[in-house]
Design a protein around this ligand. Structure first.
Ligand code: ATP
Length: 314
């Protein structure tokens, strides 16, 4: 069977420091530290692995932080083939304090150049053997061309491999104005508004934007995720409204990534349109009821799959 290649260009070790109270300008001691391999594409890879979809995690990694990420992937049993760089990958720190407050300190990560870019594109192209689907998630490290994802989409498309892109801002824009369009994009409403530099009034307006704006023409699947409100989807010329019931959310971070994993898994199995959309919603919801980011309880998959409602809209 073919695998899914899950790309993370700027992975991190995510460190969480739970503190009862955060004291400024003095020492804070923390007892239960959690350090996990992070970055949106790694969340996608973890959920795919849980769904039993063969996955290879790729992107760029370096230094002892890079080694830590690879070790954690080994322990989970996730195949990885990152390109090594001679800089450290980043740490991202989240301090959880004072009753649900979250203070984050995010390193920028390595600064790469056009040489790294050329090397990575060669690395990427070599990986495309026996790949059913490529997912690309998150932002690019500084120094790389905003067109890198567009180039990766061109390479994949020339081999007939669909790309699922979950990015935002300039990189998303560059990927929608390239020679080849991604097969699927999964922006949220805010990312669409930012892309077209216009606020979105309501779902009718959103549907109109997806239909009329040239940026989106030729993108086979547009999945606009709406958090607790489900999603608005455009597939070809058909639009769908996906709704989900109210559920008890524990931690919604990474549910977009979990949705991408569900979509990729179903697409790689050549599932029907309805199955693709339903799987994406089910995996998104399943992530929100777990403490851990990019983690789902697969025993509950069928139960949540059955909760998704899909209606054609025109
Ligand atoms: P993130 O950036 O945190 O990964 P996102 O903004 O990309 O998230 P969302 O639209 O928040 O993505 O969530 C993706 C999917 O996860 C939703 O379409 C839905 O299926 C599920 N989901 C997210 N939040 C909730 C919620 N509060 N209740 C139920 N389901 C949710």
């Amino acid at each position: 069977v073919k695998s899914i290649l899950a790309i993370t260009m700027n992975p991190s070790v995510d460190i969480s420091y739970p503190l009862k109270t955060l004291h400024l300008n003095t020492v804070n001691r923390v007892n239960d530290v959690a350090k996990t391999a992070g970055g949106k594409g790694l969340n996608v890879a973890r959920v795919l692995h849980q769904l039993n979809s063969p996955v290879i995690a790729s992107g760029v990694l370096g230094g002892t932080i890079g080694e830590f990420i690879e070790k954690q992937l080994d322990e989970t049993g996730i195949r990885h083939e990152f390109m090594a760089i001679d800089q450290e990958s980043r740490n991202c720190i989240a301090i959880l304090h004072d009753d649900m407050q979250q203070t984050e300190i995010l390193e920028k990560g390595p600064i790469l150049n056009s040489n790294d870019e050329t090397k990575f594109l060669v690395h990427f192209e070599k990986q495309l053997e026996n790949i059913a689907v490529v997912t690309i998630s998150g932002s690019l490290p500084e120094g790389l061309s905003k067109r890198l994802y567009a180039q990766m989409i061109e390479i994949s498309s020339s081999k007939g491999i669909p790309v699922l892109l979950d990015s935002s801002g300039e990189t998303l824009k560059a990927s929608l104005t390239g020679d080849k369009k991604p097969f699927l994009i999964k922006p949220n409403q805010e990312e669409i508004a930012q892309l077209i530099q216009q606020p979105i009034k309501d779902l009718t307006h959103l549907k109109q934007i997806l239909t009329d704006n040239q940026l989106f023409s030729g993108v086979e699947w547009i999945v606009v995720s709406l958090g607790a409100d489900g999603a608005l989807v455009k597939h070809g010329t058909q639009c769908y409204r996906l709704t989900i019931p109210k559920i008890d959310v524990v931690n919604p971070v990474g549910s977009g990534d979990s949705t991408v994993a569900g979509l990729a898994s179903a697409i790689s199995k050549k599932a029907s349109d309805i199955e693709i959309m339903t799987t994406g919603m089910a995996t998104g919801m399943l992530n929100t009821i777990e403490k851990q980011t990019g983690f789902i309880n697969t025993n509950l998959f069928t139960e949540y799959y059955e909760k998704v409602l899909i209606k054609k809209i025109n």
